[in-house]
Design a protein around this ligand. Structure first.
Ligand code: IPM
Ligand code: MG
Length: 384
Protein backbone atom coordinates (compact mmCIF):
# COMPACT_ATOMS: atom_id res chain seq x y z
CA UNK A 1 0.00 0.00 0.00
CA UNK A 2 1.44 3.40 -0.83
CA UNK A 3 1.17 6.28 1.58
CA UNK A 4 -1.77 7.90 -0.09
CA UNK A 5 -3.68 4.62 0.08
CA UNK A 6 -2.76 4.29 3.75
CA UNK A 7 -4.12 7.76 4.35
CA UNK A 8 -7.26 6.96 2.41
CA UNK A 9 -7.79 3.88 4.59
CA UNK A 10 -7.52 6.01 7.72
CA UNK A 11 -10.06 8.49 6.39
CA UNK A 12 -12.49 5.68 5.53
CA UNK A 13 -12.05 4.13 9.01
CA UNK A 14 -12.70 7.41 10.76
CA UNK A 15 -15.76 8.22 8.67
CA UNK A 16 -17.20 4.83 9.56
CA UNK A 17 -16.45 5.53 13.21
CA UNK A 18 -18.39 8.79 13.02
CA UNK A 19 -21.43 6.92 11.71
CA UNK A 20 -21.17 4.55 14.68
CA UNK A 21 -20.98 7.40 17.16
CA UNK A 22 -24.09 8.87 15.60
CA UNK A 23 -26.08 5.67 16.18
CA UNK A 24 -28.17 6.57 19.15
CA UNK A 25 -27.53 3.92 21.78
CA UNK A 26 -29.63 3.90 24.91
CA UNK A 27 -27.29 3.84 27.90
CA UNK A 28 -27.27 0.58 29.82
CA UNK A 29 -29.56 0.57 32.87
CA UNK A 30 -27.95 -1.11 35.86
CA UNK A 31 -30.94 -0.84 38.16
CA UNK A 32 -33.18 -2.92 35.93
CA UNK A 33 -30.50 -5.54 35.53
CA UNK A 34 -30.83 -8.93 37.16
CA UNK A 35 -27.12 -9.23 37.81
CA UNK A 36 -24.29 -6.73 37.41
CA UNK A 37 -21.03 -8.43 36.44
CA UNK A 38 -17.87 -6.61 37.52
CA UNK A 39 -14.80 -7.86 35.68
CA UNK A 40 -11.49 -7.49 37.50
CA UNK A 41 -8.27 -7.13 35.50
CA UNK A 42 -5.11 -7.04 37.61
CA UNK A 43 -2.80 -5.72 34.89
CA UNK A 44 0.98 -5.50 35.17
CA UNK A 45 3.59 -4.34 37.67
CA UNK A 46 1.93 -3.05 40.84
CA UNK A 47 -1.46 -3.50 39.12
CA UNK A 48 -2.42 -6.87 40.64
CA UNK A 49 -1.43 -5.66 44.13
CA UNK A 50 -3.46 -2.46 44.20
CA UNK A 51 -6.37 -3.94 42.24
CA UNK A 52 -6.67 -6.72 44.81
CA UNK A 53 -6.98 -4.11 47.57
CA UNK A 54 -9.71 -2.24 45.72
CA UNK A 55 -11.58 -5.47 44.97
CA UNK A 56 -11.38 -6.43 48.61
CA UNK A 57 -12.93 -3.10 49.63
CA UNK A 58 -15.71 -3.35 47.04
CA UNK A 59 -16.50 -6.96 47.89
CA UNK A 60 -16.91 -6.10 51.54
CA UNK A 61 -19.10 -3.10 50.81
CA UNK A 62 -21.22 -5.09 48.35
CA UNK A 63 -21.33 -8.27 50.44
CA UNK A 64 -25.13 -8.28 50.69
CA UNK A 65 -25.52 -7.77 46.96
CA UNK A 66 -22.99 -10.51 46.21
CA UNK A 67 -24.84 -12.93 48.51
CA UNK A 68 -28.17 -12.14 46.88
CA UNK A 69 -26.70 -12.61 43.39
CA UNK A 70 -27.30 -9.01 42.30
CA UNK A 71 -23.56 -8.41 41.87
CA UNK A 72 -20.86 -10.79 40.69
CA UNK A 73 -17.10 -10.21 40.67
CA UNK A 74 -15.30 -12.06 37.90
CA UNK A 75 -11.50 -12.29 37.48
CA UNK A 76 -10.26 -11.79 33.95
CA UNK A 77 -6.76 -13.20 33.48
CA UNK A 78 -4.43 -12.95 30.53
CA UNK A 79 -4.34 -9.18 30.04
CA UNK A 80 -0.66 -9.11 31.01
CA UNK A 81 2.15 -7.61 28.96
CA UNK A 82 3.70 -11.08 28.50
CA UNK A 83 0.48 -12.49 27.00
CA UNK A 84 -0.26 -9.37 24.98
CA UNK A 85 3.24 -9.26 23.53
CA UNK A 86 3.11 -13.00 22.72
CA UNK A 87 -0.25 -12.59 20.99
CA UNK A 88 1.04 -9.49 19.19
CA UNK A 89 -2.18 -7.77 20.23
CA UNK A 90 -3.12 -4.93 22.54
CA UNK A 91 -5.79 -7.20 24.04
CA UNK A 92 -5.78 -10.93 23.17
CA UNK A 93 -9.06 -12.04 21.52
CA UNK A 94 -10.11 -14.42 24.32
CA UNK A 95 -9.54 -11.70 26.92
CA UNK A 96 -11.57 -9.19 24.93
CA UNK A 97 -14.39 -11.68 24.67
CA UNK A 98 -14.42 -12.14 28.46
CA UNK A 99 -14.30 -8.38 28.96
CA UNK A 100 -17.34 -7.90 26.76
CA UNK A 101 -19.32 -10.34 28.89
CA UNK A 102 -18.98 -8.04 31.89
CA UNK A 103 -20.88 -4.82 32.45
CA UNK A 104 -18.22 -2.82 34.21
CA UNK A 105 -14.52 -3.34 34.79
CA UNK A 106 -12.11 -2.64 37.58
CA UNK A 107 -8.74 -2.51 35.87
CA UNK A 108 -5.22 -2.24 37.22
CA UNK A 109 -2.57 -0.38 35.24
CA UNK A 110 -1.14 -2.23 32.25
CA UNK A 111 2.34 -1.73 30.85
CA UNK A 112 2.40 0.18 27.58
CA UNK A 113 5.32 -0.91 25.42
CA UNK A 114 7.19 1.74 23.53
CA UNK A 115 9.54 1.59 20.60
CA UNK A 116 12.87 0.16 21.61
CA UNK A 117 12.00 -1.63 24.85
CA UNK A 118 11.94 -5.40 25.35
CA UNK A 119 8.28 -5.89 24.45
CA UNK A 120 6.65 -6.17 21.06
CA UNK A 121 5.47 -2.65 20.29
CA UNK A 122 1.74 -3.43 20.52
CA UNK A 123 -0.82 -0.71 21.11
CA UNK A 124 -1.52 0.29 24.72
CA UNK A 125 -4.12 -1.99 26.32
CA UNK A 126 -5.75 1.09 27.88
CA UNK A 127 -6.08 2.86 24.59
CA UNK A 128 -7.32 -0.29 22.84
CA UNK A 129 -9.90 -1.00 25.54
CA UNK A 130 -11.17 2.57 25.47
CA UNK A 131 -11.57 2.38 21.70
CA UNK A 132 -12.94 -1.17 21.59
CA UNK A 133 -15.62 -0.50 24.25
CA UNK A 134 -16.12 3.08 23.02
CA UNK A 135 -15.39 4.52 26.47
CA UNK A 136 -15.46 8.08 25.20
CA UNK A 137 -15.27 9.93 28.50
CA UNK A 138 -12.41 9.77 30.95
CA UNK A 139 -13.65 11.44 34.12
CA UNK A 140 -10.94 12.35 36.62
CA UNK A 141 -11.78 14.15 39.85
CA UNK A 142 -9.07 15.88 41.86
CA UNK A 143 -9.81 17.35 45.26
CA UNK A 144 -7.53 19.13 47.71
CA UNK A 145 -9.87 20.59 50.33
CA UNK A 146 -7.19 22.51 52.22
CA UNK A 147 -6.27 24.35 49.01
CA UNK A 148 -9.88 24.88 47.98
CA UNK A 149 -9.37 22.66 44.92
CA UNK A 150 -12.35 20.68 43.68
CA UNK A 151 -11.89 19.84 40.01
CA UNK A 152 -13.42 17.32 37.65
CA UNK A 153 -11.72 16.73 34.33
CA UNK A 154 -13.68 15.41 31.36
CA UNK A 155 -10.99 14.06 29.08
CA UNK A 156 -12.14 12.92 25.63
CA UNK A 157 -10.94 9.35 25.48
CA UNK A 158 -11.13 7.97 21.95
CA UNK A 159 -9.88 10.69 19.60
CA UNK A 160 -7.05 13.25 19.27
CA UNK A 161 -3.56 11.82 18.74
CA UNK A 162 -4.67 8.61 20.43
CA UNK A 163 -7.18 7.64 17.72
CA UNK A 164 -4.37 6.53 15.45
CA UNK A 165 -1.42 6.50 17.78
CA UNK A 166 -0.26 3.21 16.34
CA UNK A 167 -1.16 4.01 12.73
CA UNK A 168 1.30 6.79 12.00
CA UNK A 169 3.27 6.49 8.77
CA UNK A 170 7.04 6.52 8.25
CA UNK A 171 7.00 8.08 4.80
CA UNK A 172 10.80 7.90 4.45
CA UNK A 173 13.63 7.35 6.91
CA UNK A 174 13.53 11.09 7.48
CA UNK A 175 9.82 11.75 7.58
CA UNK A 176 7.35 10.43 10.16
CA UNK A 177 3.73 11.55 10.29
CA UNK A 178 1.09 10.89 12.95
CA UNK A 179 -2.54 11.84 12.63
CA UNK A 180 -4.79 13.76 14.96
CA UNK A 181 -8.54 13.23 14.76
CA UNK A 182 -11.27 15.40 16.23
CA UNK A 183 -14.87 14.79 15.18
CA UNK A 184 -18.01 16.80 15.72
CA UNK A 185 -20.10 14.01 17.29
CA UNK A 186 -17.10 12.80 19.30
CA UNK A 187 -16.66 16.27 20.79
CA UNK A 188 -20.36 16.84 21.26
CA UNK A 189 -20.80 13.76 23.42
CA UNK A 190 -17.96 14.57 25.82
CA UNK A 191 -19.04 18.20 26.04
CA UNK A 192 -22.63 17.24 26.74
CA UNK A 193 -21.58 14.80 29.44
CA UNK A 194 -19.51 17.49 31.14
CA UNK A 195 -22.26 20.10 30.97
CA UNK A 196 -24.89 17.63 32.20
CA UNK A 197 -22.60 16.72 35.07
CA UNK A 198 -22.12 20.39 35.92
CA UNK A 199 -25.87 21.03 35.80
CA UNK A 200 -26.71 18.02 37.98
CA UNK A 201 -24.00 18.76 40.51
CA UNK A 202 -24.51 22.47 40.90
CA UNK A 203 -21.20 23.41 39.25
CA UNK A 204 -21.17 26.93 37.94
CA UNK A 205 -18.24 27.01 35.60
CA UNK A 206 -16.75 24.95 32.76
CA UNK A 207 -13.33 25.49 31.25
CA UNK A 208 -12.50 24.28 27.75
CA UNK A 209 -8.82 23.59 27.14
CA UNK A 210 -7.24 23.52 23.67
CA UNK A 211 -4.40 25.01 21.66
CA UNK A 212 -6.76 26.35 19.05
CA UNK A 213 -4.54 29.33 18.25
CA UNK A 214 -1.95 27.00 16.70
CA UNK A 215 -3.70 23.67 16.01
CA UNK A 216 -6.40 25.46 14.12
CA UNK A 217 -8.33 22.69 12.42
CA UNK A 218 -8.76 20.00 15.04
CA UNK A 219 -8.58 22.10 18.21
CA UNK A 220 -10.56 24.76 16.38
CA UNK A 221 -13.34 22.23 15.89
CA UNK A 222 -13.13 21.00 19.49
CA UNK A 223 -13.49 24.53 20.81
CA UNK A 224 -16.31 25.47 18.42
CA UNK A 225 -18.33 22.38 19.20
CA UNK A 226 -17.88 22.78 22.97
CA UNK A 227 -18.98 26.41 22.73
CA UNK A 228 -22.03 25.41 20.71
CA UNK A 229 -23.01 22.86 23.37
CA UNK A 230 -22.40 25.51 26.05
CA UNK A 231 -25.20 27.63 24.56
CA UNK A 232 -27.66 24.96 25.72
CA UNK A 233 -26.51 25.53 29.31
CA UNK A 234 -26.79 29.30 29.77
CA UNK A 235 -26.68 29.06 33.56
CA UNK A 236 -23.13 27.68 33.42
CA UNK A 237 -20.29 30.11 32.84
CA UNK A 238 -17.93 28.88 30.13
CA UNK A 239 -14.40 30.03 29.47
CA UNK A 240 -11.55 28.66 27.42
CA UNK A 241 -7.81 28.50 27.95
CA UNK A 242 -4.83 27.25 25.99
CA UNK A 243 -3.15 24.17 27.38
CA UNK A 244 0.20 25.85 28.04
CA UNK A 245 -1.16 28.63 30.24
CA UNK A 246 -3.64 26.18 31.77
CA UNK A 247 -0.76 24.08 33.15
CA UNK A 248 0.57 27.28 34.74
CA UNK A 249 -2.81 28.35 36.13
CA UNK A 250 -3.23 25.06 37.99
CA UNK A 251 -0.28 26.27 40.05
CA UNK A 252 -1.64 29.80 40.49
CA UNK A 253 -2.88 29.90 44.07
CA UNK A 254 -5.04 32.96 43.49
CA UNK A 255 -6.78 31.61 40.45
CA UNK A 256 -6.89 27.82 40.58
CA UNK A 257 -9.74 27.37 43.02
CA UNK A 258 -12.04 29.23 40.63
CA UNK A 259 -11.89 26.35 38.16
CA UNK A 260 -14.48 23.59 38.54
CA UNK A 261 -15.04 21.39 35.49
CA UNK A 262 -12.68 21.01 32.53
CA UNK A 263 -13.25 19.60 29.04
CA UNK A 264 -10.18 18.59 27.08
CA UNK A 265 -9.07 16.62 24.06
CA UNK A 266 -7.36 13.33 24.88
CA UNK A 267 -3.66 14.22 25.05
CA UNK A 268 -4.07 17.51 26.93
CA UNK A 269 -6.35 15.65 29.33
CA UNK A 270 -3.70 13.00 29.84
CA UNK A 271 -1.07 15.58 30.71
CA UNK A 272 -3.12 18.03 32.75
CA UNK A 273 -4.66 15.34 34.96
CA UNK A 274 -1.23 14.06 36.02
CA UNK A 275 -0.31 17.60 37.03
CA UNK A 276 -3.57 18.03 38.91
CA UNK A 277 -3.17 14.68 40.67
CA UNK A 278 0.29 15.70 41.82
CA UNK A 279 -1.32 18.55 43.80
CA UNK A 280 -3.58 16.02 45.48
CA UNK A 281 -0.68 13.94 46.71
CA UNK A 282 0.58 12.21 43.57
CA UNK A 283 -0.78 10.17 40.68
CA UNK A 284 -1.04 7.25 43.11
CA UNK A 285 -4.00 8.98 44.70
CA UNK A 286 -6.12 9.57 41.60
CA UNK A 287 -8.79 7.30 40.18
CA UNK A 288 -10.76 7.61 37.00
CA UNK A 289 -13.91 6.48 35.25
CA UNK A 290 -13.84 5.55 31.57
CA UNK A 291 -17.44 5.80 30.47
CA UNK A 292 -19.32 4.73 27.37
CA UNK A 293 -22.99 4.02 26.83
CA UNK A 294 -22.63 0.22 26.98
CA UNK A 295 -19.57 -0.34 29.15
CA UNK A 296 -17.56 1.43 31.82
CA UNK A 297 -14.07 0.83 33.11
CA UNK A 298 -12.57 2.14 36.35
CA UNK A 299 -8.85 2.48 36.85
CA UNK A 300 -5.97 4.42 38.36
CA UNK A 301 -4.66 7.31 36.31
CA UNK A 302 -1.06 6.13 36.63
CA UNK A 303 1.07 3.40 35.08
CA UNK A 304 2.18 -0.03 36.29
CA UNK A 305 5.41 1.13 38.00
CA UNK A 306 7.45 -2.00 37.10
CA UNK A 307 10.42 -0.53 38.96
CA UNK A 308 8.56 -0.83 42.27
CA UNK A 309 8.09 -4.54 41.62
CA UNK A 310 11.72 -5.03 40.53
CA UNK A 311 12.89 -3.35 43.71
CA UNK A 312 10.57 -5.48 45.85
CA UNK A 313 8.33 -2.56 46.81
CA UNK A 314 5.01 -3.67 45.28
CA UNK A 315 3.40 -4.23 48.67
CA UNK A 316 4.09 -0.57 49.49
CA UNK A 317 2.32 0.79 46.41
CA UNK A 318 -0.52 3.20 47.16
CA UNK A 319 -3.87 1.53 46.41
CA UNK A 320 -5.87 4.71 46.95
CA UNK A 321 -6.02 5.44 43.21
CA UNK A 322 -7.76 2.11 42.63
CA UNK A 323 -9.97 2.41 45.71
CA UNK A 324 -11.07 5.86 44.53
CA UNK A 325 -11.80 4.33 41.13
CA UNK A 326 -13.83 1.73 43.03
CA UNK A 327 -15.90 4.45 44.62
CA UNK A 328 -16.63 5.89 41.17
CA UNK A 329 -17.66 2.40 40.07
CA UNK A 330 -20.15 2.12 42.93
CA UNK A 331 -21.67 5.45 42.00
CA UNK A 332 -21.86 4.52 38.32
CA UNK A 333 -23.76 1.26 38.91
CA UNK A 334 -26.28 2.99 41.15
CA UNK A 335 -24.92 2.55 44.68
CA UNK A 336 -24.47 6.24 45.42
CA UNK A 337 -24.78 5.86 49.20
CA UNK A 338 -21.99 3.25 49.23
CA UNK A 339 -19.91 5.46 46.94
CA UNK A 340 -20.29 8.44 49.28
CA UNK A 341 -19.50 6.31 52.30
CA UNK A 342 -16.34 5.01 50.63
CA UNK A 343 -15.13 8.36 49.37
CA UNK A 344 -15.64 9.89 52.81
CA UNK A 345 -13.62 7.05 54.34
CA UNK A 346 -10.84 7.55 51.77
CA UNK A 347 -10.81 11.25 52.46
CA UNK A 348 -10.59 10.73 56.21
CA UNK A 349 -7.86 8.07 55.96
CA UNK A 350 -5.70 9.78 53.35
CA UNK A 351 -6.29 13.48 53.97
CA UNK A 352 -7.80 14.59 57.26
CA UNK A 353 -6.91 11.90 59.81
CA UNK A 354 -4.05 10.05 58.09
CA UNK A 355 -3.15 7.52 60.78
CA UNK A 356 -1.37 5.53 58.10
CA UNK A 357 1.15 6.99 55.67
CA UNK A 358 2.17 5.39 52.42
CA UNK A 359 5.60 6.35 51.16
CA UNK A 360 6.02 3.73 48.45
CA UNK A 361 8.93 2.26 50.40
CA UNK A 362 9.61 -0.07 53.30
CA UNK A 363 9.24 2.02 56.43
CA UNK A 364 5.99 3.47 55.12
CA UNK A 365 2.68 1.67 55.47
CA UNK A 366 1.79 -1.13 53.05
CA UNK A 367 -1.12 -0.96 50.66
CA UNK A 368 -2.88 -3.57 52.78
CA UNK A 369 -2.46 -1.38 55.90
CA UNK A 370 -4.20 1.50 54.18
CA UNK A 371 -6.92 -0.77 52.83
CA UNK A 372 -7.64 -2.17 56.28
CA UNK A 373 -7.75 1.32 57.74
CA UNK A 374 -10.25 2.40 55.08
CA UNK A 375 -12.28 -0.77 55.63
CA UNK A 376 -12.43 -0.21 59.39
CA UNK A 377 -13.74 3.27 58.69
CA UNK A 378 -16.33 2.00 56.20
CA UNK A 379 -17.52 -0.73 58.55
CA UNK A 380 -17.80 1.74 61.38
CA UNK A 381 -20.20 3.76 59.24
CA UNK A 382 -22.00 0.78 57.72
CA UNK A 383 -22.66 -0.94 61.04
CA UNK A 384 -23.07 1.93 63.27
C1 IPM B 1 -3.52 7.35 31.38
C2 IPM B 1 -2.24 6.72 30.91
C3 IPM B 1 -2.45 6.12 29.53
C4 IPM B 1 -2.82 7.26 28.60
C5 IPM B 1 -1.26 5.33 28.98
C6 IPM B 1 -0.88 4.20 29.89
C7 IPM B 1 -1.51 4.82 27.58
O1 IPM B 1 -1.19 7.64 30.93
O2 IPM B 1 -4.53 6.64 31.54
O3 IPM B 1 -3.55 8.57 31.58
O4 IPM B 1 -1.94 7.92 28.04
O5 IPM B 1 -4.01 7.48 28.43
MG1 MG C 1 -1.70 9.51 31.76
Amino acid sequence: MNHLEMFEKIVIQQRARIEKIKEDRTPIDYEGMEKIVIGVIGGDGIGPFITEQARNVLEQILSKEIDSGKVEFRSIDGCTIEKRAAAGKAIPDDVLEKIKQCHVLLKGPTTTPRKGDKWANVESANVAMRKELDLFANVRPVKVPELGIDWVFFRENTECLYAMGSQGINITDDLAIDFRVITTPGTERIARLAFDYARKNGKKKITIVTKANVIKTTDGKFLDVCKRVAEEYPEIETDDWYIDIMTAKLLDEKRRNQFEVFILPNLYGDILTDEAAELQGGVGTAGSANLGTQYAMFEAIHGSAPRMVEEGRAAYADPSSMIRAGSMLLSHIGYQAYADMLSEAIEKCTVTERKVTITGRAGGATGADLTNYILREVKGVKNG
